[in-house]
Design a protein around this ligand. Structure first.
Ligand SMILES: Nc1nc2c(ncn2[C@@H]2O[C@H](COP(=O)(O)OP(=O)(O)OP(=O)(O)O)[C@@H](O)[C@H]2O)c(=O)[nH]1
Ligand SMILES: [Mg+2]
Length: 320
């Protein structure tokens, strides 16, 4: 059976739906590779998606995202929920394997069949995170995950955007690094639904919490809006994790009743569709590039026979 055999898709999707880890992993690899099989995979997954709650976890490097995710997974597992974890590292090329650090910190769950953990890079990927993250979420959702946690390092704008498109976005800060003020600069004060001051065992945690509270209380809130709470945790000891889960649950209930969940999912879908369309356009563009059409147009422009706008119009017409 060839690597791209479309005949293998129905079986692969069926096995993933039964929660077979190998099949889930294979589907996410197809997502990373922007495989031509994705068209069929996504059409088969469609009717089985929409039930997972997508939890975005972001914050500066080293703030404790993986440790918190590990603790959250443990708490969710105690209530019998199935959990998917996507650790997205925008600075690394896609690898298919778990990053060493994540493997160590989430190692508690490595053998649990109710937990899927996957690291995804994005550098050099077609369509980037805007396409691959929602698609990987879709795979985990269809595989029966009740919650999908997307951990992203909050360094660049695009990562902040990805994290901000979760159903519930949790922003982590810690004393002595990326405190309240720095967080505001990084733009993460706009995207959090729940804020966590992690490393509450460290000096300065209380001050960071107060600062954050103050900033969040000052923000104007529309009628019936959501005021993000601030939760303190010591993720490495699992302290405060139940409070965090309770805050997440409250946000989820509000998002459902206010219509915000639907709005966010629509926005997420819009980005995904856009990314797929732009990628397809680029591929067709590549075909045009490869043809002699552009050469002829370029020669015409260089010779002064054609103005560049007219040439571009003809090129676009060739894209069909
Ligand atoms: N003192 C203390 N250390 C913590 C706490 N939570 C996490 N750590 C430690 O902080 C370090 C970084 O934790 P990670 O969970 O890897 O942080 P991260 O945000 O996932 O890091 P990146 O993925 O590299 O951005 C590890 O050494 C953890 O053991 C905490 O509540 N208190
Ligand atoms: Mg991490």
């Amino acid at each position: 059976m060839s690597r791209w055999d479309p005949a293998a898709v129905p079986d692969l999707v069926a096995r993933a739906r039964e929660g077979e880890a190998g099949a889930v992993a294979r589907l996410i690899t197809l997502v990373e590779e922007a495989s031509p099989l994705l068209r069929e995979v996504m059409s088969r997954l469609q009717e089985h998606t929409g039930t997972a709650h997508v939890l975005g976890i972001t914050g500066p490097p080293g703030v404790g995202k993986s440790t918190s995710t590990n603790a959250l997974v443990a708490a969710l597992r105690r209530t019998g929920q199935r959990v998917g974890v996507l650790a997205v590292d925008p600075s690394s090329p896609f690898s298919g394997g778990a990053l060493l650090g994540d493997r160590v910190r989430m190692g508690d769950h490595a053998l649990d069949p109710g937990v899927f953990i996957r690291s995804m890079g994005s550098r050099g990927q077609l369509g980037g995170l805007a396409r691959s993250t929602p698609q990987a979420v879709r795979v985990l959702d269809a595989a029966g995950c009740d919650v999908v946690v997307v951990e992203t390092v909050g360094v660049g704008q695009s990562e902040v955007e990805i994290a901000g498109l979760a159903d519930t976005t949790v922003v982590l800060v810690a004393p002595g690094m990326g405190d309240g003020i720095q967080a505001a600069k990084a733009g993460i004060l706009e995207i959090g639904d729940v804020y966590v001051v992690n490393k509450a065992d460290r000096e300065g945690a209380e001050r960071v919490r107060r600062e954050l509270r103050t900033v969040l209380t000052m923000a104007e809130l529309p009628e019936g809006g959501w005021r993000p709470p601030v939760v303190s945790t010591v993720a490495s000891r699992g302290e405060g994790v139940d409070d965090l889960l309770a805050a997440i649950d409250r946000h989820r209930a509000w998002a459902v009743s206010s219509g915000e969940l639907e709005r966010r999912r629509t926005t997420r879908a819009r980005r995904e569709v856009e990314a797929i369309a732009v990628t397809a356009l680029r591929e067709r563009w590549g075909d045009v590039h490869g043809r002699s059409e552009l050469d002829a147009l370029a020669a015409g422009v260089a010779a002064g026979e054609l103005d560049p706008y007219a040439a571009a119009d003809r090129l676009l017409a060739a894209l069909g």
